[in-house]
Design a protein around this ligand. Structure first.
Ligand SMILES: [Cu+2]
Length: 703
């Protein structure tokens, strides 16, 4: 069936519900709004938002492109992307990444990856179209949402309870010429007085993209997702919400990893509850529980190494978690939050290798099979307790103080023999972590806000850093060995910032928004893999590099940087925006940068926006990165400039169309954080280039 027939069918199907929705809308215009769950952390309110927080929400009607994960973060100042291809993309914020960022959905739900190579980060388990807001807390400045080291990234899916009553829905299709990608997404929701329901379905099929020189990059993937969410408001001040979603990734090629994903299935079950307006002293109780699971199968079938050896890894991850929070008003104006949370991750799985040839390349008389423990049945549990208070010292000064305690248990149930030899004292380990923060907001005028914050965020080592056993899991080609006795790493971050805006009515220039913030982080026990001469290489001992890295705590490391932005509104409908972000890191122990430090990025945006038509041109200049980490095989990366253009329109009441061109000048470039090609027939170990010119078209029907 062609795309257009499908579109017509969907329109017909949904058309019947449209007429019904119009009737019910009219009836419900008098009713009150139901209570809202704490999915959103940042509401744009100086008095309640966490300090140094920001959010980006793309108004749904202004979409011109089917989104991908990269687009979610691309436009947020300070973010970069760690790419291993076009699918496994991890956000990096101010040179913090992976578990250093507290990435979650809807105020707390987590999905942890199963793959030791991070082929399946949290961002791959949700349809990007579903994400309506991306919220960021830029440092360890609140501990209500779990242990936080470098900051919080909260991905908010559509909030049903905020919608108008009645039936709503949309169906959209997108296509891209670079890689012949197609995307489709459908959503239907019903919002009633007491009951609401939300249904999503998405399908995406991406081919291999070409870089600016026309070289094809192995990066194709397919994914199918669906989600169901039902909400019930038993009384005016209560809400209970149940959600379930599944995602199926298939045939994912990873240019920068040694294998490809055959199967990547995940599911997430979550239950939320909130009781509001309880009493004068105790205001609110909110609770959340979730369970998520990822099953991952990867092979080297399509890779050069398959000739020598067939490898299949079957791994899975189970994440369980929950939180209970009480909001108090013990005295006038003091908002006090107390709570408990828990987070548990367990992983299992093996790699099976069938060795077919010997070192010289001669066929063996019979292939020999080996089974390697990938995760050694490890588990990490984190139980936390937090308290946080917001108190206005005066009309203009708002004080926020918070503290958190985490008890972290880690254990390894099926250690490999050689891991036991390396660490004979393996046992269940318990760590006690204390995090604190204090910050002040000074609201000088309603248009001028100063913020000053200190936070001490603590992160216990993740499972790879503790328990990986001679696997190549980094951006460099070294075998990595975990260290179960690592100390937790600590980020002492200081930050000072300002945000302001001004409106000039009746002038050609009608609006000015600007802001800046500068930070300095002193790291204790920063965790990085460092070459350890006492370790012998386990797999292919003759192949370069022959050294092995072990995860280690650094004595001294720091980072510092700033972000600046300014936006000028003119002639009512136009805006010009400039953003700049810079971060500098130092690993003083090795006298080099910390790995994966993004380069200086400057962005210029010219946009035009009217009710029925909108357009935006963006020019992003990424500077050369010469502050590198040579011990990770990093090389200086050249600077580059990329021009993008988007245009959208709403020709009819329910219809949105969009076209976009990214990398218009077909620039050939690679970002400093891109991984290098690994185990590919056509490429040596050189950085993966980003896509060349890409033209896309998008159509959406919504009601
Ligand atoms: Cu994998």
């Amino acid at each position: 069936m062609s795309k257009s027939t499908l579109a017509k069918l969907c329109v017909l199907l949904l058309g019947t519900t449209v007429s019904y929705a119009q009737v019910s809308n009219a009836q419900d215009s008098l009713t009150k709004k139901p209570i809202q769950l704490d999915e959103v952390l940042v509401e744009g309110e100086s008095k309640s938002d966490p300090v140094f927080s920001t959010f980006r929400s793309e108004p749904e009607k202004k979409i011109v492109q089917s989104k991908n994960v990269a687009d979610l973060f691309n436009d947020i100042n300070g973010f970069s992307l760690i790419k291993r291809g076009n699918y496994a993309i991890d956000p990096s914020f101010r040179a913090s990444q992976y578990e250093q960022l507290n990435v979650q959905f809807n105020g707390g739900t987590k999905v942890m990856h199963a793959c030791p190579n991070r082929m399946d980060p949290i961002t791959t388990h949700v349809t990007p179209e579903e994400i309506e807001r991306v919220e960021v807390v830029k440092g360890p400045y609140t501990f209500r949402y779990g242990p936080t080291f470098g900051g919080i990234v909260n991905l908010v899916t559509q909030e049903v309870e905020k919608q108008e009553k009645g039936y709503h829905g949309k169906v959209n299709f997108g296509g891209e010429n670079n890689g012949n990608a197609i995307t489709s997404f459908a959503n239907l929701k019903y919002v009633g007085e007491q009951f609401d329901a939300n249904l999503n379905f998405g399908y995406r099929d991406f081919g291999n993209y070409e870089d600016g020189d026309g070289n094809e990059v192995p990066s194709s993937f397919k994914s199918t997702d669906y989600g169901v969410q039902v909400g019930y408001n038993p009384t005016e001040n209560q809400r209970i919400q149940l959600g379930f979603r599944q995602s199926f990734g298939r045939d994912v090629l990873h240019a920068g990893l040694p294998m490809d994903t055959e199967i990547d299935d995940s599911n997430v079950l979550s239950l939320d509850y909130k009781l509001d307006n309880i009493s004068d002293g105790l205001k609110t109780v909110s609770a959340k529980m979730y369970r998520s699971q990822v099953d991952h199968v990867m092979t080297n079938t399509l890779r050069p190494s398959f000739m020598m050896m067939e490898a299949v890894s079957e791994v899975d991850a189970l994440t369980l978690g929950g939180r209970v929070e009480l909001e108090w008003r013990p005295i006038d104006h003091l908002r006090l939050y107390t709570g408990l949370d828990a987070f548990s991750i367990g992983r299992t799985g093996n790699r099976t290798r069938l060795v077919k040839r010997n070192m010289n390349g001669d066929l063996l008389p019979a292939p020999v099979e080996f089974v390697d423990e990938v995760w050694q049945d490890s588990q990490i549990d984190d139980y936390g307790a937090f308290v946080e208070g917001k108190y206005p010292l005066s009309e203009k000064f708002l004080l926020n103080v918070g503290a958190r305690y985490d008890m972290v248990h880690s254990k390894i149930d099926a250690p490999a023999d050689d891991f036991v030899v390396e660490y004979p004292d393996l046992d269940t380990r318990t760590e006690h972590n204390f995090s604190t923060t204090a910050s002040i907001k000074y609201m000088a005028t309603s248009n001028l806000l100063f913020e000053l914050a200190y936070g001490r965020g603590v992160r216990s080592a993740n499972m790879i850093e503790r328990f990986i056993n001679h696997f190549t899991v980094g951006q460099d080609p070294y075998e990595y060995v975990g260290n179960p006795f690592l100390d937790a790493e600590v980020n002492n971050q200081f930050e000072l910032g300002v945000k302001a805006n001004a409106n000039f009515d009746g002038y050609a220039i009608n609006r000015l928004d600007y802001g800046a913030s500068a930070y300095y982080s002193i790291y204790d026990n920063y965790i990085v893999p460092v070459i350890d001469p006492t370790l012998d290489k386990k797999y292919m001992p003759m192949a370069q590099p022959t050294e092995v890295k072990r995860f280690t705590n650094l004595n001294d490391a720091y980072k510092t940087g700033f972000e600046i932005y300014g936006e000028l509104g003119f002639l009512q409908d136009f805006a010009f925006k400039t953003e700049l972000s810079y971060v500098y890191t130092k690993n003083q122990d090795l006298d080099e940068s910390l790995p994966l430090t993004p380069p200086l990025v400057t962005r210029f945006n010219l946009s035009f926006e009217k009710e029925k038509v909108w357009a935006r041109a963006t020019y992003t200049i990424t500077s050369e990165q010469s502050d590198i980490a040579p011990s990770f095989g990093e090389q200086t990366t050249d600077g580059y400039g990329v021009m993008d253009f988007r245009f959208g329109a709403k020709p009819f009441e329910h219809l949105t169309v969009g076209v976009a061109a990214s990398n218009i000048f077909d620039e050939t470039y690679n970002n400093h954080l891109n991984f290098s090609f690994v185990n590919q027939a056509d490429y040596g170990r050189v950085p993966i280039n980003d896509p060349g010119r890409n033209l896309s078209a998008f159509i959406q029907y919504s009601f």
